[in-house]
Design a protein around this ligand. Structure first.
Ligand SMILES: [Fe+2]
Ligand SMILES: [Fe+2]
Length: 286
């Protein structure tokens, strides 16, 4: 059972006057990645083939992720009626492929796979919270609140299964840290950049990772506030077995916040330079 249904969103409250133009490309790109959740579930059910409980949970999880994609895609279509969600997603799906019949986790262990999932859910939970707080458009606010609540439940789901596998596989702290840091580092790889490309650039435009990740991050990073980073750091710490609200977590959160501010400035400048040339909406002020 899903925790909410797309029909329950008050779509008639959509207010075009309150849409921040710099949010539309972010929502379009996020719709691609979320909608692709069913392929990720095939990968998960393949590598957890001997665990029927987890397979069942992964299928349920994917239903919620697909619904996130549908809701975000529907909102983006309201905000930009000329946008073709299905065509953009078909382009994304065509080229961004996950190995749905893998024999083993690309993270080296099932505990590692679940830690990586915890990192993704930490990221999405923080991100939709930040977008929901940052937008004045009532429907997007509602969708982001609903999605962020799902993402936090997903975090708890993967965390609980991870604890079960940890007892069996006994990964060391360093192994867990390596998987977590590795997955966080991948957030600027092709998955999001390519989603940005397919959902925001005209078909036929050659894909350029640096341009697309700047297009995405230059806008997205402006929505984060310190409390999002602090909460996210607590979730990361919990996933690798450290005290989520201790001194070290606070120190790491302050370091991550400074790093984010520095990178946000660099991405925003790259984006502003590109958009001055192309005449596209500039990112939201920080
Ligand atoms: Fe999601
Ligand atoms: Fe999720």
């Amino acid at each position: 059972m899903k925790h909410w249904r797309i029909e329950q969103v008050a779509w008639d409250r959509f207010d075009p006057a309150r849409v921040e133009p710099s949010l539309i490309p972010l929502v379009k790109a996020a719709a691609m990645v979320e909608r692709n959740g069913d392929d990720y579930a095939l990968y998960l059910t393949s590598i957890f083939r001997d665990d029927p409980d987890f397979r069942q949970a992964a299928l349920h999880w994917a239903e919620e992720e697909v619904q996130h994609g549908e809701a975000l895609g529907k909102w983006a279509t309201l905000a930009d009626p000329g946008w073709d969600f299905r065509a953009a997603f078909a382009r994304y799906r065509e080229s961004f492929k996950i190995n749905t019949t893998a024999d083993a986790s690309i993270r080296g262990s099932l505990t590692g796979e679940l830690i990586a999932r915890c990192m993704v859910e930490t990221g999405t939970s923080s991100y939709y919270t930040a977008l929901g707080e940052g937008t004045a458009e009532p429907v997007l606010k509602e969708i982001c609140r609903l999605i962020a609540a799902d993402e936090y439940r997903h975090f708890k789901l993967f965390y609980d299964h991870m604890k079960r596998y940890l007892a069996r596989e006994n990964l060391s702290f360093l192994q867990r840290l390596r998987v977590a840091a590795g997955r966080i580092g991948e957030s600027e790889d092709d998955e999001l950049a390519y989603a940005f490309h397919c959902s925001n650039e005209a078909p036929g435009t050659p894909y350029d990772h640096d341009r697309c990740i700047a297009g995405y991050m230059g806008r997205a990073m402006g929505y984060y506030r310190y409390h999002h980073i602090e909460r996210g750091m607590g979730m990361i710490f919990k996933s690798i077995g450290l005290e989520p609200r201790g001194r070290l977590s606070g120190l790491a959160a302050r370091g991550a916040w400074r790093l984010l501010q520095w990178r946000r400035g660099r991405y925003a400048s790259a984006l502003a330079a590109k958009e001055t040339r192309a005449g596209v909406a500039a990112p939201a002020a920080a």
